[in-house]
Ligand binder design. Structure first.
Ligand code: MG
Length: 167
């Protein structure tokens, strides 16, 4: 087997307060709150970071190139579907996700009640056991726009391993 491949991803989305119809999606999990993501797609910042990490691991450019945010077809796009499309790309043929680790940074809402649900959703999406699916959440201690509750940030690192030895 050859060396594993690794990829790093980062994303940020702005949040806005809403009177009604609030709620954000993280790892495909609906989190009720009085905020909404400002985004062209469904705004799942964690899955966007993971998507960029997957693309980076195989040298396949970035999310914006494959899913342009000025493309009307991407409006409201389900980010779990984006991840599935990336996993099925020819560049990822012969590779599987061996491990992922992530950071979510946002001031509110508190994610503690949803952490295990998000981790399970991520594990299912990437077909990983829970102990290879890292998901950590933190606030930004009130620093900068994210700390003022105006944005949510996500970081992801993935490791890919070959599914078979190549000739
Ligand atoms: Mg994004």
């Amino acid at each position: 087997m050859g060396l594993p491949r690794i990829g790093l991803g980062y994303d940020i989305h702005r949040l806005e307060a809403v009177q009604e119809g609030g709620g954000i999606l993280l790892a495909g999990t609906a989190i009720p709150c009085d905020l909404r993501m400002i985004a062209h797609s469904d705004g799942d910042v964690l899955l966007h970071a993971i998507s960029d990490a997957l693309l980076g691991a195989v040298g396949a450019s970035d999310l914006g190139r494959h899913f342009p945010d000025d493309d009307p077809q991407q409006a409201g796009r389900d980010s779990q579907d984006i991840v599935r499309v990336i996993l099925a790309m020819p560049e990822l043929a012969g590779w599987r996700v061996a491990q992922v680790d992530t950071n979510l940074t946002l001031q509110r809402p508190r994610l503690a009640p949803y952490r295990d649900i998000m981790q399970g959703a991520l594990a299912r999406l990437l077909d990983l056991p829970l102990d290879r699916t890292g998901l950590k959440a933190r606030t930004k201690e009130g620093c900068d726009a994210t700390g003022r509750g105006q944005a949510v940030e996500a970081q992801a690192i993935v490791m890919l391993e070959e599914t078979q030895t190549r000739a």
